[in-house]
Every structure is written in structure tokens, then in C-alpha cells.
Ligand binder design. Sequence first.
Ligand code: GLU
Length: 493
Amino acid sequence: MKEVRTRIAPSPTGYFHLGVARTALFNFLFAKKNKGKFILRIDDTDKKRSKKEYETDILKSLLWLGIFWDEGPVLKSTNAQTYDQKYLNFEKNYLGNYGPYRESERIEIYKKYLKELLDKNLAYFCFCKKEDLEAQKQAMIVAGQIPKYPGVCRKLSKKEALKRAEKEPFVIRLKVPSKKISFTDLLRGKIEFDLDLIGDFVISKGFEEPLYNFTTVVDDYEMKISHIIRGEDHISNTPKQIILQEALGFSKPKYLHLPLILGEDKTKLSKRHGAISIKELKNLGYLPEAIVNYLALLGWWPKEDVEIFSLKELIELFEINQLQKHSAIFSFKKLDWINRAYIRKLPLEKLTELCQNYFEKEVDFNYLKKIVALFCERLSKISEIKELTNYFFKMPQYPKELLLWKNQSFNDVKKILEDVKKTFLKKEIYEFNKEKILENLKPLTEKYGNGFVFWPLRVALSGEKTSPPPQEIAEILGKEETLKRIEEAIKKI
Ligand code: GLU
């Protein structure tokens, strides 16, 4: 079998999002499974909308997710030290033998093929004005026809066209033959198209602005791509790409179109559904391993009923014939569930480091570590740590009514908190830990009842309706701060 070479060709026109990340993952898994290569190409021919910032985001997101490309552009910045050195400041600007891997740097290559198509009479210059094209289109729609280019400039003689091209702006159109073509999608089987419905489409604006279908075909060929795995939304581009391959005499890659990712409301996943760029998910505190794990489940299902797997396991397990044809539904609930599983697996030291990023001011690492240990089971995403643990960093604010347990009166609560205070002030609790605290509170809970002691104490310490048990909070706050908060509560009453 020929070497398996897959690719993604994202356009740097926005932040790298889940949909492209999933396409990248499946291309990566398929290539790795078959000991092949995964290639990253930047489709930045749309000069107006492409931004360097977005390109950097694509590269960084892929590296963060651990979806490493074998060939493609590299990062220029030196401050991204956490990445593998091979992706930084590479002298050639890219990795691999088929570069450059940015389409904007490949214009001369495209020109060569455009000229070839024109020379062979397989493409032609078109000078039609936008307004005329629009009017023709409307007329066709009114007449109940499928709108397509009527072929006005196809009829121009080559001589005349060349002459006009010297002075007038032009586009280059492919002569689309009138026939049916088909391809075998690895997931969907045979798909047939009637080219009569397509019409001569534009492959380049002038010589300097070649367009997507054309550049993609040239690059996929030059980069020896064997399999094209991409979203279902590209199915309609495939016949155009196949006729271009035929016109240029290129070999044809194999195609697989992945099902769409929908939101829970069954519409195409978009910003409306929430944070869907990898950058946003990272900021919210989703772990890369969890995202990769979840992305794999969007359209693929392993034989065994397992849901948590590492990238390494995924490479072993992944089979193209286990991909699903129907759309995948993206659920934040499920992602949260998977993220929780990965958060629990993190060593406390590492989790604390990640949590530390969410606090503006430097917090003491060891203090935070104790808090994180108490909360790690409750985190669905790391960013939640800040909100959940506010009261460890400042005196809590709460209405005094919150201190009351059931029918408890303010007088009762005051009395109980004073008793608690006295207990804590006793010399023998020099070791202020949760076991000792419970042990010392026992006479009080026996006298008043658990809720009547623990509830007001917990509120005094946290100011919250729900929080970990008071002895656990008290241990972390320390005796001095605990006493201060009890006094504060008494004062409130
Ligand atoms: N630049 C195209 C996109 O981002 C690439 C499509 C393809 O994979 O051919 O949708």
C-alpha cells in the first residue's frame, strides 16, 4: 500500500474550533494507525479574512492537544518553550519536504498549473461583470433553471481573450465537461454527481488569487495526500476537485466525509452553543486529554464499551469502519463528565499548578494545594476553582439569617457559636486538624444536635449554603482565622 498521508487545511479566519480539531484528530489517528504522515497546511489564500494571529492559534491549539503534525508550518515565537523544539524557529520555516505549507507562499506553483490548464484549453479567461452575472443568475432562477455560468466567455477565441486579459480584469474558469462523475466515499459508499448542474466555475481571480477548490487539488497532489478526511459540508466540493484532478492528470486521493457536529438543539455547532474554540475551552479549564477523548467520540464509537482513552490508546483502537454516518451531537455535559475523570487522575501538584492560573494575585502554593485537595472531586473544569473557593481568600459576606439552622433562634446560634469558640480556644487542640476538631466538638453536638452546631459553623466559615464540612474548612483556614470568622458571625447577631 502507498504511504498513508492525511492532512487538514484550516483557514486562519477565526480561532481554531472543535469541528476542525475533530477533523484533525481523525486524520491524525488514521495516519498514525497506518504508520503514515499527518500534514498541516494553512489555507490562507483569502487574504482579507486570514490573520497571522489565527494561524498561530491553530498551531498552538494542535500542539496543546497533542495532535502533532509531521509536516507543516512551525511557530516563530521563542516564548512557547513548552512545545517540542522541532516546532519552533525552524530554519526552513516549515517541517517536511513538500513545502511551503502556507498556501499564500505557493502562488508560483498555482500559476504554473493555471497556465497549463489555459494552454491546454481546459480553462479560459472570463471577463463577465459581476452585475451581468447576477442578472443572468436571477433570470435563470425565474425561469426555473438551476443557476450556473452560461458560458459567455467560453466562446471567445484564445487570441481575443489573451488580448483582453492584458487590459481587463479577469477570472479563470474551468471548462466543466458535461457528464456524470462519481467517487466512493469510504464512509458513505458511491456518490454520484451530474456535472451539468455545476457549470464552469472560477478557479482563480487573475493569476494572483487562486481559489480554494483549485489550490486544494494542486496541494493535495503535490503533497502526495492519499486520504482526504474532512467534514460533510465539503461533499459538494468533491466533484469540482475531481474534475480538476482529471483536467490536470493527477492521481485521485480517497475521500471520507465526516458527519457534522450538531449542538443539542440539532443545529450545526456554532458560537451560539457556547465556547467552541479550543482557546476558550482551554481558558475554561478543560484538559487537552479530555477534549481529545471527547472529540474522538463525536462520530466514532469503539467496539468495547469504554469511554475514557488516551491518545495512544485511540491510535490503537481507531478504525475507520467504526465511524458513524449520522451527525454527532455535542454535549457540554458529556465533555464535563470526561473532564472530571481526567481532573481526578491529575497528581495534586500538577492540578494545583493549573488552578493557580485562575487567581489574579499570587496565592501561596501550599495553601492552595490543601484547598485543591478538598475540591478536586467537585471540579468539572479547572476555572471553577476560583468561584468555589472564594471564602478561603477573604472574609465571607452573608446575611445573618443564613446562620440559622431550621427553627434555631439568633440567641441559640449565638450561644452555640460562643461554645464552639470556647472549645477551640482550649489549649489541648494545639493540633488544629479535622479529626481533632470533630473530637472536640462532640460534647456540643451531643448536647445541641449535629445540624445546630455544624450548620452555623459552616456558614460562619464559608458564608455559603453548600460547602465542604466545617472541620475541613477550619483545618485549612487555621485556628486563628477560624476564630476570627466565628467572632465575626457572633458580632453579626
Ligand atoms: N480550508 C478548507 C476549510 O477550512 C479546507 C477544506 C478541505 O479539507 O479540503 O474548510
